[in-house]
Design a protein around this ligand. Structure first.
Ligand SMILES: [Zn+2]
Length: 201
């Protein structure tokens, strides 16, 4: 490891081209779950559907993940749980999964047991606002364990989200998103696509 660890690792291949080829990076006019419009959409399941590819991606950043010296890996359902499973397998650790709760945004069910000594690596697929990861960090702290780092496949915030622990991404980019009334793509009359296959206009 170098002293000055960059926030984005450099895999030995053109990761962006690979993600585009697989349809994990889509260009067009998209309605995001936040209600904002964007010219870019990350379809995380084009990564998650291929466990061998997912494993290759995680392996390319394994040294950094090992350096965290975590005792446990946690991911929010659904995509983050799949990433957590694979990261934990490569690190030889257990993976716990944070699920949506009714009173609290994220909770642990299934009898998962934390200890105060646990150093928790929180992982997820695509980070946009960081809400899902933030909720997972809070759920870990509520269980009395200590989150030590966050690792995501794709950080579309450009590294601007402050989670209070180090945030690392395999692929980091800044993607513009717009309120519908100020969307330049709407002004051009481009059809709006709601990811998942539905067309809005
Ligand atoms: Zn628009």
């Amino acid at each position: 490891m170098t002293v000055d660890t960059p926030s984005v690792s450099k895999p030995p291949w053109d990761l962006e081209a690979e993600l585009r080829n697989r349809g994990a990076i889509l260009k067009g006019h998209f309605l995001l779950s936040s209600g904002l419009h964007s010219d870019t959409y990350f379809e995380k399941f084009r990564i998650l559907e291929d466990p061998t590819f997912l494993r290759t991606l995680i392996s390319s950043d394994l040294a950094r993940l090992q350096d965290v010296e975590a005792t446990l890996v946690v991911g929010p359902t659904l995509g983050g749980a799949l990433v957590a499973y694979q990261v934990a397998q490569l690190l030889g650790l257990k993976a716990y999964y944070a699920e949506r709760g009714t009173d609290l945004p994220r909770i642990f069910r299934r009898g998962f047991r934390f200890t105060p000594k646990d150093r928790v690596l929180v992982v997820d697929d695509v980070l946009t606002t960081g809400h899902s990861v933030q909720e997972t960090l809070e759920a870990v702290r509520r269980e009395g364990a200590k989150p030590v780092a966050v690792w995501v496949l794709i950080d579309r915030s450009g590294g601007t989200v402050d989670l209070g622990v180090p945030l690392w991404a395999l692929y980091q980019t800044t993607v513009e998103s717009y309120p519908p009334e100020r969307c330049p793509l709407c002004q051009k009359g481009l059809p709006l696509v709601e990811p998942g296959g539905k067309k809005r206009s």
